[in-house]
Design a protein around this ligand. Structure first.
Ligand SMILES: [Zn+2]
Length: 307
């Protein structure tokens, strides 16, 4: 029996999945991410953990990695959370395991790949995944392949400028990115802004979570509904731009904020349809189904799709 490993490297833990060649997840586990010494222990730690499973290297077809940073042509450009600058995983990890069949992608792109092979977008070959958490991540699949681009910025949907009014500052150094308005942080921020304007408060009101804003909106709270409608407009607009650039058949929403489910998805889809270009009713909008396992499934798919 041969195996493929899907490996999702995060800033605090590394998820490792062992798959058979038909894509069944046989075993999964995680190890802590040791980011000390410029992250030089990370790859040896992974190699050691897999070595301990006592599998013959000749029975391992390959390794698919997702990393939290820009990647282009299998080369890591930078991973701030891992203390990595440029990293050649193929050479470094390949040497450790004596197997150079290794593919690497940005974690959000790899997660999108997982969703089209094993998740809620199964069967789609053109897909956009938007992860709504404390930030906004994105992954783009075109003709079954991840789009990473020349500088690894392909799929960085969270930094498309969609807001020209609030101009909240983004961690990328610019203002008005999708992330500043549609992440959990953005939802809190817009709620606070509207709350302060409505009640003429001088002091900033920030004592609310994105989850609470959704709960209030579901209970028909006027201000909370206004906020959710507004962030849905931003997301619908971003989907509109993406529909005219890569023309996917499906938009997949993941991350903590997507737990709001249909309540949010239907609003985004409605906002998107307003732009009516070609067949706006035929695009699918759905919630991601693999949760934090999307990365290891995507890692598997990186290797499998080439075979
Ligand atoms: Zn940004």
């Amino acid at each position: 029996m041969k195996f493929i490993f899907g490996i999702d490297i995060g800033g605090t833990s590394i998820k490792i999945g062992q798959f058979n060649l038909v894509g069944e997840l046989l075993y999964k586990f995680s190890i802590p991410t040791n980011t000390e010494d410029s992250g030089k222990h990370i790859l040896p730690d992974i190699a050691r953990a897999i070595h301990e499973l006592d599998i013959l290297e000749s029975d391992i077809l390959g390794y698919g990695f997702g990393v939290p940073g820009p990647v282009s042509n299998n080369q890591v450009i930078k991973c701030v959370n891992l203390n990595w600058t440029e990293k050649d995983i193929v050479s470094e990890f390949g040497e450790l395991v004596n197997n150079y069949y290794i593919k690497v992608g940005n974690d959000a792109n790899v997660a999108a790949l997982g969703e089209i092979t094993h998740g809620s977008a199964r069967g789609h070959h053109h897909a956009v995944m938007i992860t709504l958490g404390t930030g906004v991540g994105g992954g783009i699949i075109s003709k079954g392949h991840m789009i990473d681009g020349v500088y690894g910025a392909g799929g960085e949907i969270g930094h498309i400028k969609v807001d020209f009014d609030y101009n909240f500052e983004c961690k990328c150094g610019t203002k008005g990115c999708l992330e500043t308005v549609a992440s959990a942080t953005g939802i809190k921020r817009i709620y606070a802004h509207k709350h302060n304007a409505k009640y003429s408060l001088n002091q900033s009101y920030t004592d609310i979570s994105a989850k609470q804003v959704f709960e209030d909106a579901m209970n028909q709270d006027e201000l909370a509904l206004e906020v959710i409608d507004e962030i849905s407009e931003y997301l619908g607009y971003a989907c509109h731009i993406l529909s005219l650039t890569i023309n996917p058949s499906i938009f997949i929403f993941g991350g903590g904020v997507s737990k709001a489910g249909d309540f949010l998805i239907e609003r985004i889809s409605k906002a998107f349809k307003k732009y009516r270009f070609i067949n706006p009713d035929q695009y699918e909008f759905t919630v991601a189904s693999l949760g934090n396992e999307a990365g290891i499934f995507g890692g598997y798919a990186l290797i499998k799709r080439e075979n």
